[in-house]
Each structure stands twice: as structure tokens, then as C-alpha cells.
Design a binder for this molecule. Sequence first.
Ligand code: PMP
Length: 287
Amino acid sequence: MEIYIDGTFVPEGEAKVSVFDHGFLYGDGVFEGIRSYNGRIFRLKEHIDRLYDSAKMIDMTVPVSKEEFAEIIIETVRRNGVKNGYIRPIVTRGAGTMGLDPRHCPKPTIVCIAMEWGAMYGDLYEKGLTAVTVAIRRNAPDTLPPNVKSLNYLNNILAKIEANYKGGDEAIFFDTQGRISEGSGDNIFLVKNGIIYAPHTLTNLKGITRDVLIEIAAKLGLQLKVVELGFFDLYTADEMIVTGTAAEIAPIVKVDGRAIGSGRPGPITKQIMAAFKTLIDSEGTQV
Ligand code: PMP
């Protein structure tokens, strides 16, 4: 595997960053997760835009233009011969002094990894995943806004650890006000009486696959509402869907041991998953 670091491609074993990089010392940096399908990069522009917005939120200037960043990503995919895979661009604050002040980090570090990677949840796309609600709350928007895709993923990792202990494939985060926020690495939708419901994005990542689902729903003529959702909505939903670049679009059929609807992937979920498959087979930036 060849990894891009700061202007050069190096073999995986030689891909190293400084221990004084604030990405390593403090989680000070941002990243993206992107998929490629059949050698085409899915929603590249949207991911680059979000990466730059994340950087802006933490007051960090990415040292290359968006066009140059797109080229870095395309070249990383090309060199590694990735067809159906996953791409991880990272921009850290860069190497600095020991203190956390970013003014002492002269230049951000850019890394890009691209590798083949198939379906994250294997046969669960057909069977459905189980989820558990977790005690840990999603970062409040006035602490570390969950909209920034930062290298500080400990909140998500704590949720994942809790889900692992509780025996769920995915964690469901609530915010500090008792509203459904998102999964540990994906956005959440509920379906009730034929209508799709999504939480507002104040307390979660503005998912690119979430936007794709919203687009698909509109194309299929399905009604979708963005509302506040709580435990009541969760436990009484007919269907539940998670969306994410890594997770793609997947059904959740059980939450906290309770069946969601029939306990099997529902008709609207299946319809959306089929439309998503058609979409990813038909678009993307050619490498
Ligand atoms: N929420 C979190 C916390 C995530 O890490 C991700 C994955 N990037 C998502 C939602 C889904 O976002 P996207 O569809 O853009 O991958």
C-alpha cells in the first residue's frame, strides 16, 4: 500500500508522522471517510467540502486548494488500484511544541490512505442489525460540535465500547436533552406509518449518506420529516435505518432487545437500499 504524506507517496511501513504532531498529541485535526465503487469515488466534492468546513471550524487552514486535495485523493486511489474501497484523508494541525496552543504548529500534516474494503456489516444488510441505546451522551453542540469530523472520536468510541459490552452491532446516542442524536458512526432514520423521520443535525454529523437518503426518498416520492425524536419514537417505530459512508444504508431490526416493527428489514428500508445500490453503481468521480 502506498500512503500519501505531505506531498509524497511512501510505502505503508515508512508512512510516519511526528510524535509532536498535535493530531497525535491532542486529536487536533480533521478527517473524512469516502468510498469508491467500481473505481469511481462517491460524492468526492461533498466530502472535500465537509473536510474544509471541519478545518474551518477548528480554525485550521488546509495548505492546499480543494482542487489539489481532490487530485491527492484521486492519485492515492489510482496508485493503490482501489476499485471498491475506502479512502481516509486526514489533516492534522501538524508538528508543534508540547503545549496545546495551535499557534506553535507551523504547518498542517496531510495524509491520505486508500484501500479495498467491502461491506462493513456482511450479511446483516439482509438480516438487519441490532442496536443498543447507550448511557454516554453525544457531545453537546456547545462543547465539541458533533458537526465537525474531528480526530477527537473518543465520544464515539465510548459509545461503541458500551454497545460492545451490551451486545449490540451499533450504539444509539442521545443528546444531553434526551433526543436521538445518531449512531457511533452513522446517522439514524425512523419510519412510522409510511413516513420517514430524521433528527435535526445540531447534535450529529451532517452525514453525506444522510443527504443521499433524503435525495432518494424525494425521488421515490416518500415523505420525510426532520423532527425531534426520543425514546418513544424509537421503541414504537415500524422501521429503523442507519446511514454512513462505511456502514452504507443498513436496517436496524432490534433496539435494546426489542423488535423494531416486524423485527425484519421493512419495505421502505428495502426500497431505499435498492435505490442506493442503483445510485452508487451509476455515479462517482472516475479515477
Ligand atoms: N455520524 C458519525 C459520528 C460518523 O462518524 C459518520 C461517518 N462519517 C456519520 C455520522 C455518517 O456520515 P457520512 O454519511 O458522511 O459518512
